[in-house]
Design a protein around this ligand. Structure first.
Ligand code: HEM
Length: 152
């Protein structure tokens, strides 16, 4: 099994980010405001690290195609799209939630915070499943980077 270093690290970043969000939720439910703030900012830094790593991997190394059997591929693709939708929604909600917190619009922040958190948990869980399907359960397929994809 050939475990890819960058994909493993970036999956780890999403998981760490989700763990921070869970801890941050527990902290604010105990009214520990300063700690909630610090842990949620850490969650955002992990999420940003994931994004930077993911983008550089996409541009310079490329995305890996599914290497499993053809009859599983359709399920993988549908699941991957579901994960991408969750991740994009989670990122947008995350930015809104953070902005509301910094603008001290705490009423709205409290309303949207749990929604953002649950979307982010879903992103992390589906992200791990995509990682397992792509690299661990089946051998990864070929990779093509953006330059090769565009320039041939
Ligand atoms: C279960 C979900 C959440 C609840 C109930 C919640 C609730 C709160 C509350 C009540 C405060 C105000 C604390 C104070 O008065 O100083 C706060 C602050 C804050 N929250 Fe959340 N939050 C949630 C999720 C999040 C998430 C997902 C993030 C990050 C994306 C986040 C980031 C922050 C930050 C940075 C502050 C500090 C704002 C500041 O002091 O400038 N929160 N949160």
């Amino acid at each position: 099994m050939n475990i890819p270093f960058l994909a493993t690290i970036s999956t780890l970043f999403i998981v760490l980010s989700a763990i921070c969000v869970a801890i941050g939720w527990v902290l604010i439910s105990k009214d520990k405001r300063r700690q909630h703030k610090n842990v949620m900012i850490t969650a955002a830094v992990f999420a940003l690290s994931f994004f930077i790593l993911y983008m550089s991997r996409t541009i310079f190394i490329g995305n890996t195609s599914f290497g499993g059997p053809d009859d599983v591929k359709i399920y993988y693709t549908v699941f991957l799209i579901f994960h991408i939708i969750l991740a994009t929604t989670g990122a947008i909600f995350g930015i809104i939630t953070l902005t509301l917190a910094f603008k001290r619009n705490i009423t709205k922040h409290r309303k949207i915070g749990p929604v953002t958190s649950v979307i982010w948990f879903g992103t992390a869980i589906t992200g791990v499943v995509v990682y397992l399907l792509l690299y661990i359960i089946y051998e990864g397929g070929y990779s093509t980077n953006l330059f090769r994809a565009i320039l041939g």
